[in-house]
Design a protein around this ligand. Structure first.
Ligand code: NDP
Length: 360
């Protein structure tokens, strides 16, 4: 009950923050009728406020490690919230647009009934990234607290894990507006699949590596615990791999986003090369067609490497991302082929590789 109350307070406070805190005002992509919805983006402020509150709580003696003690209760609470939110979305969606039969009803529960549901002027699809990602941040921070409590110190691997995961979320919020041009926001209706993915899958599965980072390299317990750190060369290699992957991931996504907003904006200081005036063939997009996916997979590999090589379980995370993104890349290319026809073929001839130059 305590975990459910805490999780509920977390969601409600984030919602109130989204509604009342200041934010950047932007317009979304054009809808089918050409109109654009207004959005207020307060994600960065929420991320900073929650990070500051978490640090203050830890310093004042409320150990964030307690979050991990209640991990499974919080997990079930998130599931209950996913069901409650889906029920709310269905109630309002079906009132406006009643489903024709049982199949339509089931489909709309899973895929959603409305494209851009809003509550008190807050866009619910954009809002749900906050409990998802900021929740993930809190769970990740709790691993550092647990290591401190268990061993009295923060290891270099834990420090890197915290830096990598926080940087991943920070760069997400630096360009929160980027999300407005993603497939999920533009085209997917909001149903159980996205709600559950946000609240449960991302927060509780994407944090899986942390469980192994806490104990990586430690033997013995209590005062007799001894830590064998990763070598300096391994740590430096890890930092370099993370930076390269991160730059590739965000850099390529932001390049495409800039191109979509202003097709003549320079790429790497030069006028962009285009295929048929519609497809970007400069920068990362001239080297490979899905390097943004490759970069993100690289980032997740560096998360897992922070846990060392003593278990394969942390590697389930990057591996599952490989499966998810490889089939997404394939599906998207089918879609692009249909949409752009010969232009797409010309682009594929130009950027010959999909995710790994010379291999795939
Ligand atoms: P993509 O970056 O794959 O975008 C695909 C769309 O971009 C295409 O349908 C096409 O749309 C347009 N496009 C493709 N190539 C070009 C080009 N050369 N020039 C111009 N436009 C082009 O989008 P996603 O939404 O799949 O992914 C965005 C990011 O989100 C990725 O980095 C991915 O790694 C990440 N992601 C992360 C997930 C996670 O769970 N961690 C899950 C899913 C995605 P159009 O019709 O507009 O031209």
């Amino acid at each position: 009950m305590l975990a459910f109350a805490a999780y509920s307070a977390f969601i409600v406070l984030l919602f109130l923050g989204s509604r009342f805190l200041p934010g950047i005002h932007v317009e979304g992509q054009p809808l089918r009728d050409g109109a654009r919805l207004p959005y207020k983006l307060s994600g960065m402020l929420l991320f900073i406020v929650v990070s500051a509150l978490a640090a203050a709580a830890e310093l004042l003696g409320f150990r964030l490690a307690r979050v991990l003690d209640h991990f499974w209760s919080l997990f079930w609470s998130a599931n209950v919230w996913a069901l409650l939110i889906t029920a709310y979305l269905m109630a309002r969606g079906w009132r406006r647009n009643p489903p024709a039969g049982l199949w339509d009803r089931l489909k709309s529960i899973w895929l959603g009934a409305e494209l851009n549901p809003r509550l008190a002027s807050v866009d619910l699809k954009m809002f749900m990234y906050h409990p998802s990602l900021i929740g993930l941040h809190v769970v990740n921070l709790a691993f550092a607290s647990q290591q401190l409590e268990r061993y009295g110190t923060i290891t270099a691997e834990m420090f890197l894990y915290q830096c990598f995961t926080s940087a991943y979320l920070f760069t997400h919020y630096v360009r929160e507006d980027f999300m407005l041009s993603t497939w999920d926001i533009i085209a997917e209706r909001f149903g159980f699949m996205l709600v559950w993915g946000d609240l449960v899958y991302v927060t509780f599965y994407y944090s899986i590596v942390g469980w192994w980072v806490v104990d990586r390299g430690w033997t013995g317990s209590g005062d007799a615990a001894v830590h064998e750190p990763l070598s300096t060369a391994a740590l430096v290699a890890l930092v370099v791999l993370h930076l390269l992957s991160h730059v590739l991931f965000r850099g390529s996504n932001w390049q495409k986003d800039r191109f979509k907003r202003n097709p003549s904006a320079p790429i790497w200081g030069k006028p962009p090369e285009l295929v048929g005036g519609r497809l970007l063939a400069s920068g990362w997009w001239g080297i490979g067609r899905k390097l943004n996916y490759t970069g993100e997979i690289g980032v997740y590999i560096t998360f897992a490497l922070c846990a060392g090589l003593s278990s394969w379980i942390p590697y389930v995370l990057p591996f599952s991302l490989v499966l998810l993104l490889a089939q997404r890349a394939w599906r998207d290319e089918q879609r692009c082929k249909k949409k752009y026809g010969e232009l797409w073929d010309a682009y594929c001839a130009r950027a010959r590789f999909r995710m790994v130059p010379f291999l795939y």
